[in-house]
Design a protein around this ligand. Structure first.
Ligand SMILES: [Zn+2]
Length: 222
């Protein structure tokens, strides 16, 4: 039976609500994590960007781009019911010219590089590390099935790999006042106003999307 994505009871989320309903900061995080429409919204955004990349053709020659998508099994949402039935792909293309065949993987608002969790989970849970008490972070991890080691790895990635990336080097000047690097990615969530609206989370994920691919130049824009 095919299960529609919307309107599912999310058991994991009701647990989340019970555990994390005090502070405002916790509320916006859990609301985004539980929002059943976010994955659909992000899928549409990714599909639009992928179509623009495809239409633009090969960046290295005059070749056309053919689909060579990757199957992904992203983790980190209390929505296992439909995930079992739903194939998730990351768009990617290959040039059709012999001697080139270069791969073009579009920037994504869903997948942060090769991380196996949904990108917004990597952002929100890593942000929560700076905002909530250890027992609550533990509860959040448990409800999303994220190991403590994984969250520590994300923290390392934000505080070291990300801040040294060419992307951040080029983008940091856009922020005034400057971003507090010690509390990444919470400081991004605050700078983008993610606590207020879903579209602000999307704006943050779009801002970050150039780091999700090595095959499209940083300066590429829609
Ligand atoms: Zn080519």
């Amino acid at each position: 039976m095919r299960i529609p994505r919307e309107g599912l009871p999310s058991r994991g989320f009701s647990l989340l609500c019970k555990l994390l309903n005090n502070a405002k900061r916790e509320n916006w995080c859990q609301c985004h994590l539980a929002d059943q429409q976010i994955p659909q919204l992000l899928e549409k955004v990714d599909a639009d960007v992928a179509e623009k990349i495809r239409q633009g053709g090969c960046l290295h020659c005059a070749g056309k781009l053919h689909s060579a998508k990757y199957r992904r099994k992203p983790r980190g949402q209390p929505k296992q019911d439909w995930e079992r039935d739903q194939e998730v792909y990351r768009a990617s293309f290959c040039c059709d010219q012999d001697g080139c065949r270069k791969r073009h993987t579009p920037p994504s608002v869903r997948f942060l590089g090769r991380k196996v969790y949904w990108g917004f989970v990597v952002v929100l849970v890593a942000a929560m590390q700076h905002g909530i008490t250890p027992p609550r972070l533990h509860a959040l991890r448990e409800s999303l099935g994220v190991a403590r080691r994984t969250v520590e790895h994300w923290r390392e990635w934000w505080l070291h790999t990300f801040v040294q990336s060419p992307f951040w080097n080029a983008a940091r000047a856009r922020f005034s006042p400057p971003i507090d690097l010690k509390t990444l990615p919470l400081s991004f969530c605050e700078a983008f106003g993610v606590e207020e609206r879903r579209d602000r989370l999307l704006a943050l994920l779009q801002f970050l999307s150039p780091i999700t691919t090595d095959s499209i130049p940083l300066g590429w824009s829609m």
